[in-house]
Design a protein around this ligand. Structure first.
Ligand SMILES: [Zn+2]
Length: 108
């Protein structure tokens, strides 16, 4: 099954060749999950473990580099999707480290 982005109005799908990254909902973190549900913008939306947001909805500062040196994009622990202007398509091709994330990595 092809996963598609849960954001209202977003048509991105997780298919081979697409540059977007997809992030599953933080179901184990109810507080953060609630923020993600709110960001979906759909009334009565309940995420499943297959629900995803594509990387278009996150700020560059929402991403962190993973410990271990892979190139998979990871989100900061408190990242919440915040970009919903679909006329602007941003594709993160570089991994960004924010000061906030660096601090989190040191704490962990
Ligand atoms: Zn999307």
């Amino acid at each position: 099954m092809v996963a598609s982005c849960s954001a209202h109005g977003c048509v991105n799908r997780q298919i081979k060749g697409i540059k977007n990254h997809f992030f599953t909902f933080p179901l184990r973190n109810p507080e953060r999950n609630a923020k993600w549900i709110k960001a979906v913008g759909r009334k009565g939306f309940i995420p499943t473990k297959n629900a995803r947001f594509c990387s278009n909805h996150f700020l560059k500062s929402d991403f962190k580099t993973p410990v271990g040196g892979t190139y998979k994009l990871l989100l900061c622990d408190d990242a919440v999707p915040s970009i919903f202007n679909m006329t602007v398509i941003q594709t993160p091709t570089t991994i960004y480290i924010t000061q906030k994330c660096v601090n989190q990595l040191q704490v962990n």
